[in-house]
Design a protein around this ligand. Structure first.
Ligand code: NAP
Length: 284
């Protein structure tokens, strides 16, 4: 029996198309959805992410405003830009590309973004809303994981879900979202004992370990669904995930590849959050 290869590229394309249609409808009502993208310094990886986000905005008919600040920008200067964008009624969403240079307190920057414009979903109020089942922005990568599962007709309710990783941007929100979908959720981390035993029970495994090809077939139950969040570049410059795809895929019911799985979903969900900001800003 073959496994289902979950096509994040195709699903993200559908979501962006839905966003484009919604953005167009808003434009007809005189609302131009606008995302402010703030980058400090010129980290090459951040540069690629920012370019991809701006390109997605173009595809979806979302206006993007670019704020490219030099590496030596002070914290106060960055905070005052964010406060200005918070007040600007023409700006729906604010995205500050991370990581920031070491002299800037990232948490402080995230806390300064108005929760109503927090399209990355990193603000503690957004995280708290997710935790308590209230409305708010959901961080894009975990939101993308749920969308991938739903649009691939994979049932979450009642399933044994194991998330490997407990970061604030991936592991924890992914676990909370699976719980909200009525999964039975276990969160593993570097201090977890007998990791293989725990993951081998799972119907759905979300790997957000940050270690290339860490998850091999012996971690996975026959027929399980495997979602690979990791992104790494191996020795010959090729992308790979936290899951050893060739080794694991034949044992799975369904699996996301890297590239072309979770990665494209993150930007699609950012676009979706930009669209949702119009409604959310009224209800938060
Ligand atoms: P992170 O902050 O480094 O978190 C890694 C997590 O894995 C931690 O909770 C850590 O446990 C746990 N871990 C590390 N070694 C482990 C082990 N041997 N056994 C069990 N758990 C272990 O990483 P992240 O930001 O969540 O990102 C995870 C991966 O996803 C990275 O490869 C990153 O590049 C990728 N990513 C992709 C996207 C996307 O758009 N596709 C977005 C974000 C991140 P402790 O908490 O105990 O240290």
């Amino acid at each position: 029996m073959g496994y289902q290869r979950i096509d994040g590229k195709a699903i993200s394309g559908q979501i962006k198309e839905e966003c484009r249609i919604k953005a167009e409808r808003y434009r007809e009502q005189g609302i131009e959805i606008t995302l402010a993208v703030v980058q400090v310094g010129n980290d090459p990886a951040s540069g690629v992410y920012v370019r991809n986000k701006k390109r997605a905005c173009e595809e979806c008919g979302i206006k993007s405003l670019s704020f490219e600040l030099p590496e030596e920008t002070g914290e106060a200067e960055l905070l005052s830009l964010i406060e200005k964008l918070n007040k600007d009624k023409t700006v729906n969403g604010i995205l500050v590309q991370l990581p920031l240079p070491a002299h800037i307190d990232e948490d402080k920057v995230i806390r300064t973004i108005d929760m109503k414009k927090d399209v990355d979903g990193f603000h503690p109020m957004s995280a708290g809303a997710l935790c308590t089942g209230q409305r708010g922005f959901v961080s894009c990568t975990p939101a993308g994981i749920i969308e991938l599962l739903k649009r691939s007709n994979i049932e979450i309710a009642g399933k044994e879900c194991v998330v490997i990783g407990r970061s604030n941007i991936v592991g924890k929100p992914a676990a909370l979202l699976l719980l909200a979908e009525n999964g039975t959720v276990t969160v593993c981390h570097s201090k977890t004992k007998n990791l293989k035993e725990v993951t081998s029970r799972a119907d759905i495994v979300v790997a957000a370990v940050g270690k290339p090809k860490f998850i091999t077939a012996d971690y996975i139950k026959e027929g399980a669904v495997v979602i690979d969040v990791g992104i790494h570049r191996n020795e010959d410059g090729k992308l790979c995930g936290d899951v050893d795809f060739e080794n694991v895929a034949p044992k799975c019911g369904a699996i996301t590849p890297v590239p072309g799985g979770v990665g494209p979903m993150t930007i699609a969900m950012l676009m979706s959050n930009c669209i949702a900001s119009v409604d959310l800003s009224e209800s938060l």
